[in-house]
Design a protein around this ligand. Structure first.
Ligand code: GLP
Length: 249
């Protein structure tokens, strides 16, 4: 894994996404707070005429089950509001959480990603329990898009987006760890000390379904972009900095 420690996570991640931002490019988008600086930077670049989203296609990682499509906290609404509406990116797909047949919706989503030729660059956040997408601890390392039940910790972490904690859905549809691992490049962003333990487990811990993000250790093109606080528990931090400072030419 490439580990980049920077005070501008948004700029570094926007640079990493740039190769997918071309006609026919397929980008994987994440929701939550972590990617917001990345989206702000991409909106800035779009307004400055530095990046064009014409012909770009986007796939979301996950979706709550049972929220109607127009619900303000459905991830398809969130991504439009926070990002895609601001850059003219209209081809945005997500798992269909408003369905009576979630297994069928999951299989359809896998087929849509495949039909698009797969994802060029997948942006990821990380949960405090080490989840990526909504792959909670003990998720199969080869899982595909499917229904998952959220842990109490994740429901509590995400309660800030809902009117009341008990209205956070219990179930979601999420790309599996196997699905995410097929993206040609993955870029994980994390900020703040609340993520430091999960980041350390993902980057330096054993490969384990107990920390789902550790599956990225298998990925040949995984970049982890962190602010100082999120990097705070990495044992080899000095080494990562020296790699950053002495890139081979
Ligand atoms: C949610 C999302 C993840 C996200 C994670 C962290 O549960 N499904 O994709 O990475 O939470 O969220 P945040 O960035 O808000 O801390």
């Amino acid at each position: 894994m490439e580990v980049i420690v920077t005070e501008d996570v948004g700029v570094a991640a926007a640079d990493a996404l740039a190769p997918a931002l071309r006609p026919g490019g397929v980008v994987g988008l994440a929701t939550g707070s972590s990617p917001l600086p990345v989206y702000r930077e991409l909106i800035r670049r779009h307004r400055a005429g530095r990046v064009d989203f014409t012909g770009v296609r986007a796939f979301l990682l996950d979706e709550y089950l049972g929220l109607p499509e127009g619900h303000p906290q459905s991830y398809r609404s969130v991504i439009r509001r926070e990002f895609t509406d601001h850059v003219g990116l209209s081809d945005v797909r997500g798992p269909d959480g408003d369905t009576a047949d979630a297994d069928r919706a999951a299989a359809r989503y896998e087929a849509e990603i495949e039909a698009a030729g797969g994802i060029d660059v997948q942006l990821l956040g990380i949960g405090t329990d080490g989840h990526i997408g909504f792959n909670e601890p003990t998720s199969s390392l080869r899982s595909r898009t499917r229904v998952k039940t959220l842990t109490a910790q994740t429901r509590s972490d995400n309660a800030r987006f809902f009117e009341a904690p008990d209205t956070v859905p219990h179930h979601v549809l999420t790309q599996g760890l196997g699905t995410i691992g097929e993206a040609r490049r993955v870029v994980l962003v994390a900020s703040g000390s609340a993520k430091a333990a999960a980041v350390a487990a993902a980057v330096e811990g054993p490969l384990s379904a107990f920390c789902p993000a550790s599956v990225l250790q298998w990925h040949p093109e995984a970049t982890v972009i962190l602010d100082e606080a999120a990097a705070g528990r990495l044992r080899l931090l000095d080494y990562y900095r020296s790699v950053q400072d002495h890139k081979p030419t």
